[in-house]
Design a protein around this ligand. Structure first.
Ligand SMILES: Cc1cc2nc3c(=O)[nH]c(=O)nc-3n(C[C@H](O)[C@H](O)[C@H](O)COP(=O)(O)O)c2cc1C
Length: 216
């Protein structure tokens, strides 16, 4: 069977759960936390993985996965290289969109808003919590730059091992966290017959959130 034939046959009806008006808290973070907790409790693989979209100066969107490491009323935090492609796009246009896709739960969450750097203290604290080999890799990798071969990376890693031998690996100045501060958050729950539940929270000027149900 061709790929196309196989893809045309794939069809899953979503029936596990529902999301209705009565389930909606006034703060979308409370629902996001609840759904993230469900994804953690259900043992999903990397439930904190999300697709992060940024836009280049000339309007070309790009998307890649990141791991969300914290979540509160101020936003969603991930860590990366401040000289990467995503970071350079964000320095030109500090707006981003993010998607959690939890297919086993028949759920997706879309987040849109602006991006700011987290404080040095937050980046330091998270960097400290990382295993040493990950800390060294952050130093070794000029993320998003072309490199000649695998050996280049492994040699840089060994250099960093030697540089930090017997010492704590400090956070590279070019590595740290970003916070996505949401202005819109949409919750999508798969339902039977493709009649899914969608609720969009939009932040108002006074900081409160409006909620609308959207057609699937
Ligand atoms: C599941 C998963 C999680 C990832 N998490 C991160 C992350 O938290 N931070 C990061 O910089 N890259 C992460 N990556 C790698 C990015 O997807 C991407 O390759 C890298 O950040 C470079 O992207 P850029 O060139 O667009 O800046 C992850 C990749 C996968 C598949």
């Amino acid at each position: 069977m061709s790929i196309r034939e196989q893809l045309w046959q794939l069809r899953r009806d979503y029936s596990q759960r529902a999301l209705s008006e009565k389930d909606l808290p006034t703060e979308p973070f409370d629902l996001l936390k609840r759904w993230l907790q469900d994804a953690l409790s259900e043992g999903l693989v990397e439930p904190n993985a999300a697709a992060l979209a940024t836009v280049s100066k000339d309007g070309q969107p790009s998307v890649r996965a990141v791991l969300i490491r914290d979540l509160d009323e101020t936003g969603l935090i991930f860590f990366t290289n401040y000289e990467s492609r995503k970071a350079s796009e964000l320095s030109n246009n500090p707006r981003a969109a993010l998607l959690f896709l939890w297919t086993p739960l028949e759920r997706q969450v879309r987040v849109e808003g602006f991006i700011e750097k987290v404080s040095e203290e937050i980046s330091d604290a998270y960097f400290k919590s990382r295993p040493r080999n990950y800390q060294l890799a952050a130093w070794a990798s000029p993320q998003s730059q072309p490199i000649p071969d695998r050996k280049f990376l492994e040699d840089r890693y060994k250099e960093m091992e030697a540089r930090f031998e017997g010492q704590e690996v400090i956070r590279p100045p070019f590595w740290g966290g970003f916070r996505l501060v949401p202005e819109r958050i949409e919750f999508w729950q798969g339902r039977p017959n493709r009649l899914h539940d969608r609720f969009l929270y939009m932040r108002q000027n006074d900081g409160s959130w409006s909620i609308v149900r959207l057609a699937p």
